[in-house]
Design a protein around this ligand. Structure first.
Ligand code: NAI
Ligand SMILES: O=CC(=O)O
Length: 312
């Protein structure tokens, strides 16, 4: 008998095919499967979910046999780790393999804002170039200061890339990271005061909620921009929107939002703001590598071994 698992959101076809080979896969996202899932809840031992989606406590409570929540991502903020630990449920992630793509996304957003890439695309398509319209000059990253909030794997990869663009790097991290040679700052506000671009790369949890607040944005100032590839909850969106609309911040490049995918509509028209639908790790290559780790974690769990990338 194949073990039964619950797949919360779709994965790559090739990974889902491998899941189907090894398990009875109940697809939470398929409307047609809801009745069968309701009956299967007592037998489901494993859940596979995304980092931005996680698993609610109600869902955890509805699965009495649950032993592993395999996150296809690195963020654990959408799973109550205390609740999981209390139930002896392993929570696994896919660290490392997505780092480069998320850092690339951060750089892409930074360049898109500084060089008006999305605005330029609209300008050409709408025929405004052909009609002789004026297009604003951009801002060069060269010689500018990148402030990285959270110098984990993604923060470091972003910093290394930014060095290649001639930027100087500062960071705020809860523990000093002396091997980089980059300038450490004591608080997010101090980092912001010394940055032209603030890149949010810190994990989301209760301690980092709204870390980028009105004070931090004010310290950044009207010529600076914010890039967020971590989680929406790390940025106070009221303060961010106010700064963008008041012109006390020059722009923002955002891959993540509070309440995704139904984000605040004020973002749609916010000045100099480039929006992405949470695509940091979304390349085929990386999604295959992440899927392999999910498969390995599930296999270890069902073999009675400790899953290799257990995070709790
Ligand atoms: N946009 C996207 O598609 C993706 C977003 N992410 C987000 O990026 C985050 C970072 O990923 P990695 O760099 O791989 O993780 P990591 O574990 O290497 O780095 C996390 C960083 O957050 C810091 N941190 C954690 N808790 C903290 C606290 N309470 N106070 C201060 N600092 C704290 C750590 O010190 C570390 O610098 C993830 O947690 C996730 O939310 C990750 C992957 C894809
Ligand atoms: O947001 C994605 C993740 O890996 O976490």
């Amino acid at each position: 008998m194949k073990p039964e698992i619950l797949l919360i959101e779709p994965m790559l076809d090739v990974i889902e095919a491998r899941l189907d080979e090894a398990y009875v896969v109940h697809r939470h996202y398929a409307a047609t499967e809801q009745e069968a899932i309701a009956k299967a809840l007592p037998s489901i031992c494993a859940v596979v979910t995304g980092g931005g989606t996680g698993l609610s406590n109600d869902q955890i409570d509805s699965l009495p046999a649950l032993g592993i929540i395999a996150i296809n991502g690195v963020g654990t903020d959408k799973v109550d780790l205390v609740r999981a630990r209390g139930r002896n449920i392993d929570v696994t992630t896919t660290p490392g393999v997505l780092t480069d793509d998320v850092a690339d996304t951060g750089i892409a957003l930074m360049l898109a804002v500084l060089r008006h890439i999305a605005k330029g695309d609209r300008f050409v398509r709408e025929g405004r170039w052909a009609r002789g319209g004026a297009f604003p000059l951009g801002t060069s990253p060269k010689g500018k200061r990148l402030g990285i909030l959270g110098l984990g794997q993604i923060g470091r990869a972003l910093g290394r890339r930014a060095e290649a663009f001639g930027m100087t790097i500062g960071y705020w991290n809860r523990s000093p990271q002396t091997d980089t040679g980059w300038t450490a700052h004591a608080t997010p506000t101090e980092l912001a005061a010394s940055s032209d671009v603030l890149a949010v790369c810190v994990a989301a949890n209760a301690a980092t909620q709204d870390l980028v607040n009105a004070e931090v944005l004010e310290a950044l100032g009207p010529k600076a921009i914010v890039i967020n590839v971590a989680r929406g909850s790390v940025v106070d969106e009221d303060a961010l929107l106010q700064a963008l609309w008041n012109g006390t911040l020059a722009g923002a490049g955002l891959d993540v939002f509070v309440g995704e995918p139904r984000i605040r509509e004020e973002f749609f028209t916010a000045p100099n703001t480039v929006l992405m639908p949470h695509q940091g790790s979304a390349t085929r290559e990386t999604r295959i590598a992440m899927g392999e780790i999910v498969l390995a974690n599930l296999q270890a769990f069902f073999n009675g071994e400790k899953p290799p990338t257990t995070g709790n």
